[in-house]
Design a binder for this molecule. Structure first.
Ligand code: SF4
Length: 335
């Protein structure tokens, strides 16, 4: 059904779906499918809800993973290893990469970059993983270390790891990108320096003007997070409707399937991969009812939607993307 040559084509399908005014309907099958392979991370970032959750470590059974990938192969969706996790902690990560790529599907991975080593870099390069995002925080090493709760040596290690991958890749795969979000704590004059510096070992750098803390404020005992960090609370928007469950699917380590990639609360469950195939879950009554509620804007019904960033207005959401291959600079603002 889909025949993507690059990961960005999967996102273009959803943009086209929205542009065509079809977002109130449901896409036949999600053009990209997200896997949270293991519910664990080696970082304890201040801005991540996973840092405040007590979770029993659970990872995806590899035969279930293969069954799901075999079904996705019929549709050709982009596979993404992202989530409230560090995907390189999955014990079968190398097998998972090899399996997806051997089947001919496109694969994207988002990682904090701390666990890369010669062996994983070789697996990325040899199997031609299509794209990798290294997620950062803030615009300086100091802010990264503060927000991510790590020592300066860890920042240096991440930068070194990205450099090794950048030099090792053949055929320009994986496409390497660094993304960061900022807060009031960051100084705008550090932005150009951040971009210039990181373009030395990436294909693309993206800086976005907000870091979300509402879920920390409302989901943990950190009610004073705003004062503690010296940042302002964003304003809530009125009458927000969401159509993301009409084209997104998340599969977690226990095989449960959710209607939004940002579901860290498990409140948007639509089915279980071990019990049914993905297509039937996607078109199930349960998924349809959930979509109807969310599409109508009744977002307080779901724990995850209640604290979702799309419901908040940030003063300065100025997103800049710079591509080192083409030199292209894109700026876009949302409110
Ligand atoms: S969590 Fe946010 S993006 Fe996801 S379905 Fe709910 S409102 Fe939409």
């Amino acid at each position: 059904m889909y025949h993507f040559k690059e990961p960005k084509e999967a996102y273009e399908i959803t943009r086209q779906f929205i542009r065509d005014g079809k977002s109130a309907g449901v896409i036949e099958f999600p053009p990209y499918i997200t896997f949270e392979l293991v519910n664990a991370c080696n970082f304890r970032c201040i801005m991540c809800p996973a840092s405040y959750m007590k979770r029993q470590k659970q990872e995806m059974d590899f035969s279930l993973f293969k069954k799901v990938i075999d079904e996705i192969l019929r549709y050709g969706s982009l596979i993404r290893f992202i989530g409230y996790e560090e995907p390189l902690l999955y014990s079968r990560i190398k097998d998972a990469i090899k399996y997806v790529k051997r089947k001919g599907l496109l694969l994207h991975i988002t990682t904090n970059g701390s666990l890369l080593n010669d062996e994983t870099i070789k697996v990325f390069v040899d199997n031609k993983v299509d794209s990798i995002i290294f997620s950062f925080q803030g615009l300086t090493k100091e802010e990264y270390c503060f927000m991510r709760n790590v020592r300066p040596e860890m920042y240096d290690k991440v930068i070194a790891n990205i450099g090794v991958l950048y030099r090792a890749r053949k055929g320009r795969k994986p496409y390497i990108k660094i993304t960061t979000t900022t807060t009031d704590r960051d100084k705008i004059y550090d932005k150009n320096k951040f971009i210039k510096e990181h373009l030395n070992y990436t294909d693309e750098v993206q800086v976005t003007g907000f870091t979300h803390f509402i879920h920390i404020d409302q989901g943990s005992d950190k009610k004073n997070i705003w004062q503690e960090l010296g940042i302002s609370r964003p304003q809530k928007k009125e009458n927000v409707k969401c159509f993301i469950p009409n084209y997104e699917m998340l599969i977690k380590g226990d095989g449960n399937i959710y209607a939004c990639c940002g579901d860290y609360t498990d409140s948007l469950l639509i089915g279980r991969a071990a019990e049914k195939n993905l297509f039937d879950i996607w078109h199930s009554k349960k998924a349809e009812i959930l979509r109807k509620t969310i599409n109508s804007g009744d977002l307080d019904k779901f724990k995850n939607c209640a604290v979702c960033p799309i419901r908040y207005k940030y003063k300065n959401i100025d997103s800049t993307v710079v591509n080192s291959r083409t030199g292209r600079v894109e700026k876009f603002s949302k409110s």
